[in-house]
Design a protein around this ligand. Structure first.
Ligand code: BGC
Length: 678
């Protein structure tokens, strides 16, 4: 490491041209270095679930390399479901080591935006509706990444909670609300987790663009929080050279190849030369770039080499997937299933669907991806005859030839173009009817059926750049599930998706329902292990699963989804804070999740000295199991009924009782009431 004085000296040795070249992209994912002074370029890469595949430096074509396959990790929503800080650290660690192994300096994650509405297309990339859960996991994730001499880049600052109109929407929100709900995950990741960089958002916040916001980036982040890490814009989020220069932003990145014309390239240089922008502002930005490089041992010393696609990484991905699965329903203890079955029918396209290469910037090339179908076959072996039928299909017929940009990230080989939209609709309807018929006929022949459905990364579902239109199961799956349940009420339903799906049409008739998220490369293995009892499920919902959108505050009392202006009238009443206060009964509440065993928690007490809540938890069933103990603080009259303030995951043998210490990391408040939930 070099000293801060030396960093300042280097800044003084740089010419204006050299400085300018360091504060904007000179490729899509790279800034320029200054070889004369041994300053390397900065290399960025997405993203949250694994290191993204390579793109050409100045066009969005892929060079189709054979060496950019990586470990595919469960999405952040899955990670949040584990309520397990160690697994957040491990996830970050895999990502950091792989990023370094691929020669990257900054990994563009974690995404920590709060899930204000289940419609947000990028919810799968985010942790939770709850600021405490999000920040606790973000802190560990960041630490995990950065031990590998790679910077985490916490994104997208600030109030970036919808994809509709994300490039221009003006979010109108009180600063108090920002501080209580939308900022904590950033603050803690930056200050407690020590994140070396953050990314500004595309949207406006109270009138000004997030990536060049002179209030939030300067007054709050730089001055109040004392942050000296790197602030990078979202790709294409800068709109004005002077404002960007005067804001706390350091580096402008974008999506067009006219690198010299970026706001913080030649136009900024001209403003400095004409005296409209002080060169000292540029010096500060360059200093932040050098501080980051120094922290990563890029200027001096030895840097860790990193590694990717190791067996250890795959095992960690599996561990997270296993703990992320949420058992939503298990009437009559249908699950776990017996491994000794002769014949098994699996229905549903998500049984065989692979998800890694989709979703927008979170896409990646997975070294491998075990589908639920493969996971089940792998676990059962050759003595069980497993039949698979699709049951439903994603939309493969297209009339409209206008591809959305995100579709480039999908496997387009299955898309069939027909004359027009009507024709496409007709063909799709015929296809669905025939697939349904096939599934219903097959169902009559089988005693054991597992349905694997849910959502995917098709634009308009769980994907960047657009929101979902509703929370319905896509592709007429409701019709199929209802009809299948009439034939086999004990059919096990597995849903894999990145955000809430409505289940009210059939949930009362279903006995066994498992929620699997996008579980990464070992997601299918984990699902099979849970289905057949090798793993006892311990995931808990990190967000409220609504029966209907009208139960979600953003839609009920707030505003959501306009392209130009959205007022957060829901204030701090996001997720369970709203549901509790306004007496809504969701399908499944925040923190919900069953196990194959049962637990009991005796209410304990807080320890003011050590800022902890101590309680004893007992496994009252007959299987070993893991359980997350959630500690809430009770609210006063004008506050939410409860807020999460601590959690701890423990393993208990059958009959075992343990005293569990749950750290209240923000400190116990004297005179307030706390309680635990298992
Ligand atoms: C996304 C960011 C991403 C960046 C670079 C943007 O469109 O919002 O999350 O890191 O692109 O790919």
């Amino acid at each position: 490491m070099i000293t801060n004085e030396r960093i300042k000296e280097i800044v003084n040795e740089l010419t204006l041209d050299e400085k300018i070249s360091m504060v904007h992209g000179t490729e899509f994912f790279k800034t320029a270095g200054v070889p004369r002074l041994n300053i390397p370029p900065l290399v960025f890469s997405d993203g949250p679930m694994g290191v993204r595949l390579e793109y050409n430096p100045a066009d969005w074509d892929r060079p189709n390399l054979s060496d950019d396959y990586v470990t595919y990790l469960p999405c952040n929503s899955a990670l949040a479901s584990t309520f397990n800080r160690e697994l957040a650290f491990d996830t970050g660690s895999v990502l950091g080591e792989e990023a370094r192994g691929r020669g990257k300096d900054v990994i563009l994650g974690p995404g920590v935006n709060i899930k204000r509405s289940p419609l947000c297309g990028r919810n799968f990339e985010y942790f939770s509706e709850d600021p405490y859960l999000a920040k606790e996991l973000a802190v560990e994730y960041v630490k995990g990444v950065q031990q590998w001499d790679v910077a985490a880049c916490v994104k997208h600052f600030l109030a970036n909670n919808q994809e509709v109109g994300r490039l221009e929407v003006d979010t109108i929100v009180d600063e108090e609300v920002l501080r209580e709900i939308y900022m904590p995950a950033f603050y803690d990741a930056m200050i407690r987790g020590g994140a070396y960089s953050i990314m500004g958002s595309y949207n406006r916040i109270n009138g000004k663009f997030g990536s060049q916001h002179t209030h939030y980036l300067n007054d709050v982040v730089r001055d109040e929080w004392g942050y000296d890490g790197l602030i990078v814009s979202d790709w294409g989020a800068v709109h004005d050279s002077k404002e960007a220069a005067e804001s706390g932003l350091d580096v402008e990145m974008s999506v067009t190849p006219d690198f010299d014309d970026y706001y913080m390239a030649n136009p900024l240089k001209k403003l400095v030369e004409s005296g409209e922008v002080s060169e000292e502002l540029i010096d500060k930005k360059v200093e932040h770039c050098l501080i980051l490089m120094n922290r990563l041992n890029m200027l001096d010393g030895e840097r860790k080499p990193g590694a990717y696609n190791t067996w250890e990484h795959q095992q960690k991905a599996l561990k997270v997937a296993e703990e992320s699965i949420v058992l939503l329903k298990n009437d009559k203890a249908i699950l776990p299933l017996d491994k000794k079955i002769d014949k098994l029918l699996i229905i549903g396209e998500n049984g065989e669907r692979l998800h890694a290469l989709g979703g927008g910037s979170a896409e990646l090339k997975a070294l491998y991806e075990i589908s639920p179908l493969m996971g089940i076959k792998k676990l059962l072996g050759g003595n069980t005859e497993v039949k698979y039928v699709k049951g439903y299909s994603r939309d493969i017929y297209r009339g409209n030839l206008d591809e959305k940009w995100q579709e480039k990230s999908l496997d387009m080989s299955e898309i069939i173009h027909v004359d027009n939209d009507d024709e496409a609709e007709k063909k799709m309807s015929e296809l669905r009817v025939s697939l349904r018929k096939e599934a219903l006929e097959a169902a009559k022949e089988y005693d054991h059926i597992i349905y694997v459905g849910g959502s995917d990364h098709v634009p308009g579902h769980d994907s960047e750049g657009d929101d979902r239109k509703d929370i319905n199961l896509p592709y007429e799956q409701d019709i199929l599930i209802k009809e299948l349940l009439k034939i086999r009420p004990d059919m096990v339903i597995v849903l894999t998706a990145g955000s809430v799906l409505k289940m009210s049409e059939w949930i009362d008739d279903a006995h066994a329902v498992l929620w699997g998220w996008y579980g990464g490369m070992e997601g299918g293995t984990a699902i099979a292990e849970v289905l057949f009892g090798d793993v006892n499920p311990s995931g808990r919902l990190p967000e409220t699963f609504y029966k209907d959108l009208s139960q979600c505050s953003a839609h009920a009392i707030g505003e959501y989804g306009s392209r130009d202006r959205v007022e957060y009238k829901d204030g701090i009443y996001v997720g369970y804070r709203y549901v509790d206060k306004f007496g809504e009964t969701p399908q499944f509440p925040f923190g919900y999740g069953l196990s194959y065993t049962t637990f009991e928690c005796e209410q304990g007490s807080v320890d003011l000295e050590s800022d902890a809540y101590n309680c004893s938890v007992k496994n009252t069933g007959s299987r070993e199991g893991k359980v997350s103990v959630l500690v809430y603080m009770k609210g006063k009259q004008d506050e939410p009924e409860k807020v999460l303030v601590g959690f701890e995951k423990v393993t208990l043998a059958p009959g075992e009782k343990k005293l569990v210490r749950v750290d209240i990391t923000d400190g116990v408040i004297d005179g307030r009431e706390y309680f635990a939930v298992v």
